[in-house]
Design a protein around this ligand. Structure first.
Ligand code: AMP
Length: 421
């Protein structure tokens, strides 16, 4: 137990971390283009925020939260998602008084007591955006496009955008009645969870993966026919905007998403190559959430995407990301006697802005050269021998194997020249 990380968590070792840095860099540059500023939120919040913000009847709140009582007796929860926290921060810092919409992005770990499997973890990382303070349909299209252009930038192709509108409280009430009526007539074919959902959150029945429930829901009335004129027009405009920029999507009337706060537009982006966990990104509009969290009526829209799953998809698509960063220069000592001199030189090189590495195990020169190769160093400086007596070092190009003598005082300049710095 002491040597194993908790189930559903994973370490990211230096060999892998360059891929994360790359993704994070692309995300930051991409969000800058779209005018979204980074928000850094706490990893835990008052439990009530998620109960209210995510919804009491959602799987997340009912089954998946890491909730604990702190030493002061407060109930806190490790964040299972970041939309509720963003809304909380928006209100806490009086951002409704600032320019609207306020556009945020976040990057970081989320925690859910999910059943771990490939692409599904208990601690996983999300990149998400939230645009709060505008009901404009171009904003729905913008966040979808932000995600799509991001995947395109990474070279990931053949994504599917599924799109639906789940209406507003006005049209949903009417639809709900029709749906409950239909589901009641098919009660015998539903699973036990859906019988429970039927009372508390009937829309979620549409989301059920059980065979029997799916057969029933295929014949269920669709929300599209119940949308009020306002929601209908909004949905039409979102689609018009997406079409105008060449973004392809498919309408999926069964897409309701697991979180309670959505209104109007909902969407999911999937990549079929992922197998069981095909969902890369999910989001939608949440016009009632800010009010639910105690603020003035304020519309909002956003998405969240899983980064572990994205990395899996990139790997499966054969898209290469940067590997571990190699040292530029390796400093080798001819004998252990020169170890302090090697330390001195490696320090000089680092201070001059070169990524330099040395040996720490008093290896033979031959073994040090092997080590330099294994680490991928492009140049090796050899300290000691007759060259040292002349105030020089040997400089070996690890790619061509050629070696030359260089005065120590010219070393930095020569290396920078060779490394193109
Ligand atoms: P959600 O907040 O459930 O809509 O999730 C948004 C995205 O986060 C999903 O499309 C996944 O890519 C990712 N995600 C959600 N849950 C997990 C999990 N347990 N492990 C890894 N990624 C996840």
């Amino acid at each position: 137990m002491l040597t194993t990380a908790p189930r559903g968590t994973r370490d990211i070792l230096p060999d892998e971390v360059a891929r994360w840095h790359y993704l994070e860099d692309v995300i930051r540059a991409h969000c800058r283009l779209f005018g979204y500023g980074e928000i850094r939120l706490p990893l835990f919040e008052h439990t009530e925020l998620f109960q209210r913000g995510v919804g009491e009847t959602t799987d997340i709140v009912e089954k998946e939260m890491y909730t604990f009582t702190d030493r002061g007796g407060r109930s806190l929860t490790l964040r299972p998602e970041a939309t509720a926290s963003t809304v909380r921060a928006y209100l806490e810092h009086n951002l409704p008084a600032g320019p609207q919409p306020a556009k945020f992005y976040y990057l970081g770990p989320m925690f859910r007591y999910d059943r771990p499997q490939a692409g599904r973890y208990r601690q996983f990382s999300q990149f998400g955006v939230e645009a709060i303070g505008s009901a404009d349909p171009t904003l729905d299209a913008e966040v979808i496009l932000l995600a799509l252009d991001f995947y395109a930038k990474l070279g990931l192709k053949d994504l599917t955008v599924e799109l639906n509108s789940i209406g507003c409280p006005v049209c949903r009430t009417e639809y709900r009645q029709a749906l409950v009526g239909y589901l009641r007539a098919h009660e015998k074919e539903l699973c036990t969870s859906c019988l429970d959902r039927l009372e508390r959150n009937p829309l979620r029945v549409l989301d059920c993966k059980e065979e029997g429930c799916r057969t029933v829901t295929q014949g269920a009335p669709g929300l599209a026919e119940y949308l009020c004129p306002d929601c209908r027009e909004h949905f039409r405009l979102v689609q018009e905007c997406l079409k105008s920029v060449g973004a392809r999507y498919v309408l999926n009337p069964a897409l309701v998403r697991g979180l309670d706060y959505y209104t109007k537009t909902v969407f999911e982006i999937t990549w079929a190559g992922l197998g069981a966990q095909t969902a890369l990104c999910g989001g939608g509009r949440y016009d009632g959430l800010v009010e639910e969290c105690g603020g003035p009526p304020t519309p909002g829209v956003g998405f969240a995407m899983g980064l572990e799953r994205l990395l899996l998809a990139l790997e499966q698509a054969g898209i290469e990301l940067p590997g571990k960063e190699a040292p530029e220069v390796f400093v080798a000592a001819v004998t252990p006697e020169e170890n302090p001199a090697a330390f001195n030189l490696v320090t000089k090189l680092r201070r001059a802005g070169l990524a330099a590495e040395k040996d720490y195990l008093q290896r033979s020169l031959r073994a040090q050269l092997k080590q330099a190769n294994r680490q991928g160093a492009r140049e090796t400086v050899i300290v000691g021998g007759e060259e040292a007596a002349r105030g020089n070092v040997s400089l070996r190009n690890m790619v061509t194997g050629t070696q030359e003598e260089v005065p120590v005082r010219e070393l930095v300049a020569v290396l920078k020249g060779r490394l193109g710095k």
